[in-house]
Ligand binder design. Structure first.
Ligand code: SAH
Ligand code: SF4
Ligand code: F3S
Length: 475
């Protein structure tokens, strides 16, 4: 056992914190011919938690597994490999994944050959590896966010050499192009434009789990999008933890956005924007091209300057609201959504009221809201707090009430309007009802034939609810 443990490569949050000035290197992914066919006759089940970065990574994992000959299944009992792609952003996210592991490992009693794996952001933390080793030694495969490309080799070690693999790198590697992707959708695609984050907001684990900021080269991004257009994709969402920090030499995010707008892709979205880095050039480009959607997710986190400072967000509420004004001028009718954290250490009632007032002033039409969660390794982990859990919950409820009002108001403005909807599929509740999103990112349900899935159609809005719109197809 001891010998085996020495072969493990384990994470270190203190290494992950370091940022070097080294140039980013680029490399091309390739399969070693030796591993082809490794998954023949075997099935896998992949569960994804967390943000779009994980959704996009899961498409690569699926691409690799399918290429090795594995077939995807949704039946746990059938699977030869169950892999969890995990999120570490809040404790609740981690609890959910550990709960899943606890449940899934019991399947080993009946399926002795079952391989259980964990990847994504959680393995990037020492604490996760310790818990896995102590409480879940049944896990066969652990890797992180920087070594998805090595999955074929890891599976070979497990299946052929009967090893257990724990390999997590804390220093980011090259930007690797050419990994195969099996995409979630046939009409909407995630396109990574950059990886990592150098912002170090004091509450956030992401800069540690995802490493240093690294941008893809413009030609690789544009080529990917040109292929998507040829394949009939209608929408791309450009992904990065801080897309506004994109840089390929002096070619910045605004330049990239404009170049993408000039391809024939009908709809462009991007996430996530950082309010400090969102620049005038980007705001102008957003107003200039009709295929850049009039919706922006711009996480504000707090409306109190004091808290923003303690969060290391590097902007004030005034600067944030100024950018909102510029956006509204450049993109009339733009829909804005945000992320907000309540009960950051020592947040006062007055800080919280500042957040409520900012929500009103900014006119958000939706938000993801969270109670601050302590993340080991981040500066805020050590901050003392006098906010009681009960107060935190009350603040979240109050904030959500305000947000929901904005949500409904944002939806109401489309009543009686004719809007363009990209038809995604059927409504969750009713298979005879179609659903899709408007340019402003509003969910619409309406009656129509399934042949319209994948098309952009005109829909007249008949009624607005808090979470969705109801409409009639225009012929
Ligand atoms: N890069 C993106 C997404 C980061 S994670 C961005 O900067 O917006 C998504 C959201 O989770 C954040 O916007 C923040 O609101 C929330 N979040 C991050 N760390 C958190 C923590 N420790 N506790 C509670 N919420 C957190
Ligand atoms: Fe986290 Fe801040 Fe980076 Fe977003 S910008 S990923 S909140 S550190
Ligand atoms: Fe979670 Fe990692 Fe995304 S921590 S939010 S999956 S970058």
């Amino acid at each position: 056992m001891k010998k085996q443990q020495e072969k493990y490569i384990e994470p270190s949050l203190s290494c992950a914190r370091k940022r070097t000035k080294d140039e980013v290197e680029y490399s091309e992914f390739a399969f070693n011919p030796r591993v082809l066919g490794l998954g023949k006759g075997k099935t896998y089940l992949l569960k994804t938690f967390g943000c779009q970065a994980n959704l996009s990574d899961s498409e690569k994992i699926r691409g690799i597994l399918n290429h090795l000959g594995f077939k995807e299944t949704v039946e746990e009992k059938e699977a030869d490999l169950i892999l969890l792609n995990t999120c570490a952003v809040r404790k609740t996210a981690e609890d959910r994944s550990f709960g899943e592991i606890g449940r899934i490992k019991s399947l080993k009693k009946t399926n002795h050959n079952l391989i259980i794996g964990m990847c994504g952001c959680m393995p990037q933390e020492e604490a996760t590896i310790n818990t896995l080793k102590e409480k879940h030694p049944e896990i066969d495969l652990v890797f992180g966010t920087h070594n998805i490309n090595l999955l074929p080799e890891y599976l070979e070690r497990i299946l052929i050499n009967k090893e257990k693999v724990i390999e997590v790198f804390s220093v980011e590697g090259n930007v690797i192009e050419g990994m195969p992707k099996v995409r979630d959708h046939k009409i909407k695609a995630w396109v990574d434009i950059m990886y990592g984050c150098d912002e170090f907001c004091t509450y956030c684990i992401v800069p540690y789990t995802r490493g240093k900021e690294r941008s893809r080269k413009r030609e690789d991004i544009l080529n990917e999008i040109k292929v998507l257009v040829k394949e009939g994709y209608k929408e791309v969402t450009l992904l990065g933890q801080n897309v506004n920090a994109y840089s390929d030499g002096d070619f910045g995010f605004g330049d990239l956005l404009e170049a993408i707008a000039r391809t024939n892709i009908p709809r462009i979205r991007f996430t996530t924007s950082h309010p400090r880095d969102l620049d005038l050039r980007t705001i102008e480009v957003m107003g200039k091209y009709p295929n850049i959607m009039p919706h922006l997710h711009l996480p504000v986190q707090s409306g109190s300057n004091d808290i923003l400072k303690k969060m290391n967000r590097k902007y004030t509420r005034e600067v944030y609201l100024e950018k909102v004004e510029k956006l509204r001028k450049s993109v009339p009718g733009i829909s804005l959504t945000t992320d907000i954290i309540v009960a950051f250490p020592n947040e006062t009632e007055s800080d919280f009221l500042d957040t409520l007032s900012l929500v009103k002033e900014a006119g958000f039409e939706g938000a993801y809201t969270f109670i601050f969660s302590k993340r080991e390794g981040t500066p805020a982990f050590k901050y003392e707090s006098n906010v009681l859990p009960k107060e935190a919950k009350e603040r979240l409820l109050k904030l959500n009430e305000e947000i929901n009002q904005g949500f409904l108001k944002g939806n109401k403005r489309f009543e009686k309007e004719i809007v363009k909807v990209l038809v995604d599929g059927f409504s969750d509740k009713d298979e005879s009802v179609l659903s899709g999103y408007t340019e402003h990112n509003k969910l619409v349900n309406f009656n129509g034939d399934k042949s319209l899935i994948g098309e952009i159609v005109d829909v007249k809005i008949t009624k607005a609810y808090t979470w969705h719109l109801k409409g009639e197809l225009q012929k």
